[in-house]
Design a protein around this ligand. Structure first.
Ligand code: G
Ligand code: G
Ligand code: MN
Ligand code: NA
Length: 253
């Protein structure tokens, strides 16, 4: 309750911040994109993780305002990096179920895209597999409106739900992110490895861009590259880093 009150003031008080976790090409390890991740710097308690305050924001009816702030920053940042560094990297951002169902979502996205001048194809909206599968008919309409804006769609945490890629193929999705829990099992857990192999084989067949997350060592990176996964994300390459730290990488591209 106390935190919800504070959350109400956090946007105006400039306490939210985005950090960015780089994603690299599996072959060259060159930066291809970043995932924007929200941070709340609470004045007394310090950093509070999103897994803790996002549910509070949803309960308090604040997630729409926060989500609109995030999307606006993401568009501005992507446009700024394109203009400053002449690079064409993707910037991904996460959407919760409530955000996806917010009545103002499409209008506010449209406004942020126009205001920033971003190329919408370089912005990737991540929704989890379980959200995508929850209310399929309604979601399909919203997802279609999102991609009609020119934005790209990714299925996050793939493999943790109960859907199949052949099903997701009916959605306007271009990217699939293999969840960390399966990557953790490389190379010794035969079940995890079998699941990863199956996801990669099928995703390639169906023309999805394949991202694996949670790569923590070279064995995992090498394995996923050999299997043909396109893009890798994980602490082995980078933790989530600040805007300035991203720019130190961008100048080298
Ligand atoms: O960054 P971190 O590992 O702490 O993220 C924890 C969880 O919070 C992840 O599931 C991530 O998707 C989610 N998360 C991080 N940033 C955002 C955001 O901007 N919006 C939403 N809806 N979820 C986020
Ligand atoms: O649910 P989602 O995939 O959006 O969550 C992204 C979160 O996963 C980020 O907060 C990020 O910090 C975390 N993450 C990304 N790569 C790794 C990793 O290699 N190890 C661990 N422990 N967490 C990771
Ligand atoms: Mn994500
Ligand atoms: Na994920």
């Amino acid at each position: 309750i106390y935190l919800q009150g504070q959350l109400r003031k956090a946007i105006k008080a400039d306490q939210f911040e985005l950090v960015f976790q780089p994603q690299v090409d599996s072959e060259t390890h060159v930066l291809k994109g970043v995932e924007a991740l929200l941070r709340w710097n609470h004045p007394e308690r310090g950093y509070i993780p999103p897994a803790h305050f996002i549910p509070l924001a949803e309960d308090a009816g604040l997630i729409t305002a926060i989500g609109e702030w995030i999307f606006k920053q993401v568009c501005k940042q992507a446009a700024e990096w394109r203009d400053q560094f002449g690079v064409d990297i993707t910037v991904s951002t996460n959407l919760s179920s409530l955000q996806l169902n917010s009545p103002n979502l499409i209008a506010s996205m449209k406004e942020s895209i126009a205001e920033s001048g971003v190329n919408p194809e370089s912005v990737v909206i991540e929704i989890t597999e379980s959200i995508a599968m929850a209310d399929i008919e309604n979601n399909l309409l919203i997802l279609k409106q999102i991609t009609d804006l020119g934005l790209a769609l990714a299925i996050d945490d793939f493999g943790t739900g109960y859907s199949s890629l052949s099903y997701i193929k009916h959605m306007p999705v271009s990217e699939v992110k293999i969840d960390k829990i399966f990557v953790d099992g490389i190379p010794s857990d035969r079940g995890d490895v079998a699941i990863i192999d199956a996801i990669i084989t099928m995703a390639k067949e169906l023309d999805f861009r394949l991202v694996a997350e949670g790569i923590e060592n070279q064995t995992q990176a090498d394995y996923l590259k050999e299997k043909g996964c396109d893009v890798l994300q994980g602490f082995y390459f980078y933790k989530p880093i600040s805007k300035n730290a991203v720019e130190e990488v961008l100048v080298t591209l």
